[in-house]
Design a binder for this molecule. Sequence first.
Ligand code: HSE
Length: 403
Amino acid sequence: MTKTAILGYGTVGSGVAEVLCGHADSIARKADGPIALKYICDVRDFPDSPYQDLFTKDFSVIERDPEVGIVVETIGGIGVALDFTRRCLRAGKSVVTSNKELVAMHGYELTHLAAENGVCYLFEASVGGGIPIIRPLTQCLAANDLLEITGILNGTTNYILTRMARAGAPFAEALKEAQANGYAERDPSADVEGHDACRKICILASIAFGRHIYPDQVPTEGISHITPTDMDYAEQSGRKIKLLGRAVLMPDGTVSACVGPHLVDLENPLAGVEDVFNGITVRGDAIGDVMFYGRGAGKLPTASAVVADVIDLARNREHRKPLLWEKGGPDAVSAQPMATRWYVRAQTRPEELRTALGGGQLLARRGNENGETACITAGALTPEELRQRLGALQPLSVLRVLD
Ligand code: HSE
């Protein structure tokens, strides 16, 4: 019998309890024995919860209980979650988490701490909600040298962009809907300013390319400045605007990564990833491109990934190998920011803009009578090269283009 505890009874934690208890019989078959939920730790009271007997406000009860072999951390954030995770690992308990902020910032330390204590730190749910992506990267695609990862990694912003494109919904209204559905972070600026997607691409890049990549090493831009005008130009050019996280292995072994809104051609499968769904394309040298798609946020999809990690640990208790990568550092990332083509919108005459950009494709828009124009650059440029080309021209909007 495996005994578990849940730290943090929020959206994901309550989903984990529901899935663990609701699917107990089938989980017992898959885990080679029953998995019992022994404690739920939260400082709040939940008088209506069906798990009344399991609640404790005292984490040390769990820490000191030798029967608890696996702890699920769904507190989120760094402070208490980091402290409790370290203490669980030191106490010889494996930890499963959906906490992308913690893994992106402290994944190197925590995976190594787990290994030193003969246990595991698993985090399938930290990227892509219910989509299997960590295990495919480490196991199913293990034969490949991985070259590139490009993904729609944030359900809230994808939901907002979809609602803005389809219904012309204002940004604030679409955000409220996403929050009401339990997709958004407590502080939704982490979603709309791209920080959540940044944490996720850092986790994927660390696993895929073998060295820890930190969020402050990845240039990150959100979607709050996207306007209906940009949506219109994108549509007229046969593209959609998507918030993408990208990480590319460079020839010198460094990683070039960025997060920001991109114009994505309708023929690219990522353009068809709508609403709260996430989509992640991974390029390997043997397999070529492979894509992962599914619900990237929400209570039960995320709980699905957490519980799968718990089952994996229960099943492979004695021989589950730890998931590890090497230390990060300034030399892990490329000195040169990523070069892409760019969409530029400016209050200027079309030929003036095109000449400034050194050529490119001018875009049309229905009912454009503001004297503004938009153009997609002919070739890939770094942000600095683009800035030099624009010179004194003040663009209204600048977005990357995914090729
Ligand atoms: N706020 C996140 C999102 C939750 O919208 O994708 C899942 O990580």
